[in-house]
Design a binder for this molecule. Structure first.
Ligand SMILES: NC(=O)c1ccc[n+]([C@@H]2O[C@H](COP(=O)([O-])OP(=O)(O)OC[C@H]3O[C@@H](n4cnc5c(N)ncnc54)[C@H](O)[C@@H]3O)[C@@H](O)[C@H]2O)c1
Length: 275
């Protein structure tokens, strides 16, 4: 006998599946750009945030900017490249939030340089933050969340430059590609703790990181033209999927990479034949 539709799902189940009400989020790299947007997004949608960043002054600005608004945002200085600093952040976050439902690993740098001119110090800094920083966050925070709470969502920020790369982006795209593979293996290891691990891969986003390129009109429009939508991503375009990954509605999304690039990774929009 076939089952009735309402035996597969019911109306009440659909309530709150996109809600962030009461969610407790830890955001690393929270004081600028995408991390700032995610912090605002969680707060504005009923969650509590522990905003962490290496930049003390920018963190203080962030705290002041939410003063008097609904919800609670805590701030904590943290250097994602330091194991001790990240361990302290976990303790501070648990002390303030009680529990962590979602951790966003956002901090990153993009030193653009041809390999022939890349200096080794710059190489080490990029690997230390983009790749080792992600590893430290997974090991020192996400594992502990899994063991302590048996539930959680981890969101790492990579880049659409993991699909294709460009002159000067070799080191950056390699570190971000490494983040994707790390996330996949980690999601395999953490399934037993009910931890989901996903990656967001943005195209070019309007943030302080890309300011110099954005200010140059020609570079701006040429970057925009790579996507069929013919524009750059705004911070909120990345915040939407980042928040979604923390909701009940995303509870079966695991080991995935969500491209937020207007289609640019899979479509070259720069030549359009006359058809
Ligand atoms: N902006 C883009 O076009 C773009 C595109 C794809 C991916 N991304 C990625 O998104 C993430 C955020 O980029 P953004 O554009 O918002 O950058 P951003 O420069 O605006 O912000 C980065 C934040 O990370 C913090 N940070 C730097 N080093 C840190 C450390 N050691 N410990 C803790 N925090 C540290 C900075 O202080 C800053 O607040 C990065 O991983 C970046 O690679 C950005």
């Amino acid at each position: 006998m076939p089952m009735e539709n309402y035996e597969y799902c019911n109306f009440e189940e659909m309530r709150d599946i996109l809600s962030l009400d009461g969610i407790r989020a830890l955001v690393i790299g929270a004081a600028s750009g995408i991390g700032l947007g995610i912090s605002y997004g969680v707060l504005a949608n009923g969650g509590t945030v522990m905003a962490a960043d290496i930049n003390d002054k920018a963190l203080e600005k962030l705290r002041l900017s939410v003063d008097g608004r609904e919800g609670t945002m805590y701030t904590e200085a943290c250097d994602l490249t330091s194991v001790d600093s990240v361990r302290n952040l976990y303790s501070a976050a648990i002390q303030k939030l009680g529990k962590i439902d979602v951790v966003y690993v956002v901090a990153g740098i993009d030193p653009v340089q041809r390999i022939e001119n890349f200096d080794y110090e710059a190489f080490d800094r990029a690997v230390e933050l983009n790749f080792k920083g992600a590893f430290i966050a997974l090991k020192e925070i996400a594992v502990k969340i899994g063991k302590a709470f048996n539930k959680g969502s981890v969101v790492l920020i990579a880049s659409s430059l993991t699909q294709r790369t460009e002159i000067g982006q070799g080191v950056y795209s390699a570190t971000k590609g490494a983040v994707i593979q790390l996330a996949r293996a980690f999601s395999a290891e953490m399934g037993k703790y009910n931890i989901r691990v996903n990656v967001i891969a943005p195209g070019i986003v309007e943030t302080p990181m890309t300011e110099s390129l954005r200010k140059d009109k020609k570079s701006y429009s040429e970057c925009a033209a790579k996507s069929p939508l013919n524009r750059w991503a705004r911070v909120k375009d990345v915040v939407g999927p980042a928040l979604f990954l923390a909701t009940e509605g995303a509870s079966f999304i695991n080991a995935s990479v969500i491209f937020v690039d207007g289609g640019a990774s899979f479509i070259d929009n720069r030549f359009i034949p006359e058809i």
